[in-house]
Write a protein that binds this ligand. Structure first.
Ligand SMILES: [Zn+2]
Length: 73
């Protein structure tokens, strides 16, 4: 079992869609609870990390998108 790594600024595609129809959420804050904002309607919600991890279908890291000039820490 792999534990997804969630960071602020990531976009999460969840298995469950928001009532507005969007399934993409941006991460605002990470802790024991994770705060995300819906890309579709802009509503933010806070979920326990454990619950959110189970609902993730895919994580988009902003760094992965830009392939030119990327810095590796
Ligand atoms: Zn929404």
């Amino acid at each position: 079992m792999t534990i997804p790594k969630i960071a602020v600024g990531d976009t999460l595609s969840l298995k469950k869609k928001h009532p507005c129809g969007s399934s993409d959420f941006e991460v605002l804050r990470v802790g024991s609870d994770i705060r995300i904002v819906c890309r579709g309607c802009g509503r933010d919600l806070t979920l326990p990390r454990e619950k959110l991890e189970k609902a993730i279908r895919r994580i988009h890291h902003p760094e992965d998108a830009k392939e030119n000039g990327g810095q590796t820490p």
